[in-house]
Design a protein around this ligand. Structure first.
Ligand SMILES: Cc1cc2nc3c(=O)[nH]c(=O)nc-3n(C[C@H](O)[C@H](O)[C@H](O)COP(=O)(O)OP(=O)(O)OC[C@H]3O[C@@H](n4cnc5c(N)ncnc54)[C@H](O)[C@@H]3O)c2cc1C
Length: 308
């Protein structure tokens, strides 16, 4: 670890030792990790990842931490928080985006630059890197619809350009979601669009979120369960929760929102253990009453640094 700290000091990269990771996630659950590093530049991200790989430290790369929950147990993990922030228009239909760009900054930039086709992302917390890894989406569209290619760092430490097929995109999933490879830059297709039209769509999407979701100040990772498949059709997990009478279900520490039944909220002091127990109660009850096996959309990070 000393070699790594020396590198961070020399390059004036911000880091914290032995700090609680919960502060870097939206659900605010998770214990202390060995090292948290905040990265602002793409070249720093590559240098750091190569160092971490060479020294064989277990690591997790996070964007906004809005789709993950960490274990409570002190973990020997290096957590890298990706705040790389550049966006470039490459051609008449392609933009290149650092993976650490927040969705909020991306949609604001698109509006200013009359770039259409990405309005569906407006209001999703986190970064485009995270959104690409989990194939985030809303209003019938997902990141995979616009992705042309990406620049990645492989497990062997090689930088390469990969096409859309490489991601093996599925509903809220890609090979990066549970993998160890890192997306450095994302190339998205766009259409030239009138500023007012873009603004209209963004405003309407944000309004819809405000009406149908609990306040984004709540400690949550958004929709907790994937929409399950029934009779070959994807149905709303929120509706299934409502049908089973679990809307608003709560214990001392956790709550299924009354406003959006699939939003699981930490009341403030929930532990990882509390969350696992709560999740088990819900999935078992729904299996019993509806015959549906709900699958978690949110990613758990175990004390060994494994994603599951
Ligand atoms: C209030 C609220 C509303 C939400 N609404 C939606 C919604 O409408 N639609 C939706 O799909 N999701 C939604 N989410 C979930 C979440 O915001 C999205 O999935 C988001 O895109 C995750 O991005 P992130 O940067 O926070 O990812 P993180 O949580 O930081 O990471 C998620 C996963 O991606 C990996 N990862 C992150 N960056 C990279 C990278 N550069 N390279 C490789 N892997 C990487 C991480 O290791 C982890 O496995 C919501 C969440 C909240 C809290």
């Amino acid at each position: 670890m000393e070699k790594l700290i020396l590198f961070l000091k020399k390059n004036k990269i911000k880091y914290f030792k032995n700090k609680e990771i919960k502060f870097y996630t939206t659900i605010k659950i998770g214990g202390k990790v060995d090292l948290i590093v905040i990265i602002n530049k793409s070249y720093e991200l590559i240098q750091l990842l190569l160092k971490v790989k060479k020294q064989q430290y277990p690591f997790i790369l996070l964007g906004g931490g809005s789709n993950v929950v960490f274990s409570d147990n002190a973990s020997k993990l290096v957590v890298i928080i990706n705040k790389t922030s550049d966006i470039i228009r490459l051609s008449e239909n392609l933009i290149k985006i650092n993976s650490g760009v927040t969705i909020n900054n991306l949609t604001n930039w698109c509006l200013k630059n009359k770039i259409g086709g990405l309005e569906f992302l407006a209001g999703i917390p986190g970064t485009l890197g995270g959104a690409t890894a989990v194939n985030a989406g809303a209003f019938g569209k997902s990141v995979s619809d616009n992705l042309e290619k990406a620049e990645i760092l492989t497990e062997k430490g090689e930088i390469k350009i990969v096409d859309k097929k490489y991601f093996q995109f599925e509903y809220r999933n890609s090979v990066f979601k549970y993998g160890k490879e890192v997306i450095l830059n994302i190339f998205l297709k766009y259409i030239n669009q009138d500023e007012n039209k873009i603004k209209e769509k963004i405003t309407s999407h944000i309004r819809h979120r405000k009406q149908s979701h609990p306040s984004y100040k709540c400690f949550t990772a958004g929709c907790f369960f994937k929409n399950p498949v029934k009779n070959n059709k994807r149905i709303s997990a929120g509706k299934v929760i409502e049908m089973s009478g679990l809307k608003g279900f709560h214990d001392n520490n956790l709550l299924m929102s009354e406003i959006h039944s699939n939003f699981l909220i930490n009341k403030g002091n929930a532990s990882f253990r509390d969350l696992i127990d709560f999740e088990n109660k819900i999935t078992q009850e729904i299996l019993k009453s509806e015959g549906i096996k709900l699958e978690r959309e949110v990613i758990y990070i175990t004390s060994d640094g494994e994603k599951c």
